[in-house]
Design a protein. Structure first.
Length: 317
């Protein structure tokens, strides 16, 4: 009789464990969709008490935030002068990295929903402020080429720091960006110190030469505002700077990276045709390359686009 009772209680414990597991999985999936589509779901955001980003200077302090309750969390950090937000769930031993870069006149906080969606899938997500944006806003004048160069260099500053952590898998790096962020992402493929496994660009182009003559090429970022250049001679120089820095040829020889290129055929800010040319030239040789040209879509990204991007990255990183 005692054996029968023990067996009964054993089965009861197993059934209870299965029920708890199922409920937790349902909750996780609901949170995943909530965060992806920007609902007001609570996220624990830890900020320094003085209102400034917490200055990060040693690896043990960084490692400690990746252990604990398993909650979805975010933390403001200043990584060697680069203001960032880290998004993570702190119940994974080692995880891949996703750097998500915002666009022109935007800021790191604007990437929150996409960052949360990736974090819920087990990624350590970093959203930095681009050069001369957000907390890096200043009175200096930055051309488009200079913004791209400096923002891309800041990726290395962030990745150099993350590489010191035993909780980060530096063999699984993904970088995604929209508009200026996408241009900076492609520039990093040419000039960065690390080899991203996945690159995602939205509303960008690998052919900077296609930007020559556009309004985007002739604007400076000054103190958080766009200021137009009117001098014809200076415009010629701005065009030349973009052509010289174009990563197109370098990307043509890169056969290791997986690419997801998203653009709209009605984009009146960044010409999309360079993405088509790159795809036609590399579709047979790239590790994997997806081109999405959205009919009737301009310089914007939809909720469906973000879902497709998330699905692609999870499959390849």
């Amino acid at each position: 009789m005692k054996n029968i009772v023990k067996i009964f209680y054993g089965l009861l414990v197993v059934a209870l464990g299965i029920s708890i597991f199922c409920v937790s999985m349902i909750s996780k999936n609901n949170g995943y969709f909530d965060q992806l589509f920007g609902t007001e779901k609570a996220v624990n955001e830890k900020e320094a008490t003085n209102g400034q980003n917490e200055k990060v200077s040693n690896t043990p302090a960084f490692d400690s935030i990746l252990q604990g309750t398993g909650n979805l969390e975010s933390k403001n950090l200043n990584i060697n002068g680069v203001p960032c937000i880290l998004y993570y769930t702190d119940n994974y031993e080692k995880r891949p990295v996703m750097v998500i870069q915002h666009g022109l006149t935007s800021k790191k906080e604007d990437m929150k929903d996409l960052a949360n969606a990736f974090a819920q899938q087990g990624y350590l997500v970093v959203t930095p402020d681009a050069a001369a944006h957000g907390e890096l806003t200043n009175k200096d004048s930055y051309s488009l080429a200079e913004l791209i160069q400096q923002t891309s260099k800041d990726f290395d500053i962030v990745l150099d720091y993350l590489a010191k952590s035993s909780y980060v898998d530096m063999d699984r790096i993904g970088i995604a960006g929209i508009s200026l962020g996408g241009l900076s992402t492609l520039y990093y493929v040419k000039n960065g110190s690390y080899d991203p496994k996945v690159v995602v660009t939205m509303c960008a182009t690998p052919k900077y030469e296609d930007l020559a003559g556009t309004t985007a090429a002739y604007n400076y970022m000054v103190n958080g505002n766009l200021v137009a250049e009117t001098d014809a001679a200076v415009k010629v120089q701005l065009d030349e700077d973009l052509c010289v820095e174009s990563p197109y040829e370098a990307i043509l020889t890169d056969n290791q990276t997986n690419y997801y290129l998203l653009c709209g055929d009605q984009d009146d800010v960044v010409p999309y045709q360079g993405n088509v040319e790159l795809y036609e030239a590399k579709k047979a040789s790239a590790a994997d390359m997806i081109l999405q040209v959205k009919e009737g879509q301009g310089h914007t990204v939809t909720e469906d686009d973000l879902w497709e991007i998330l699905t692609y990255v999870v499959a390849h990183l």
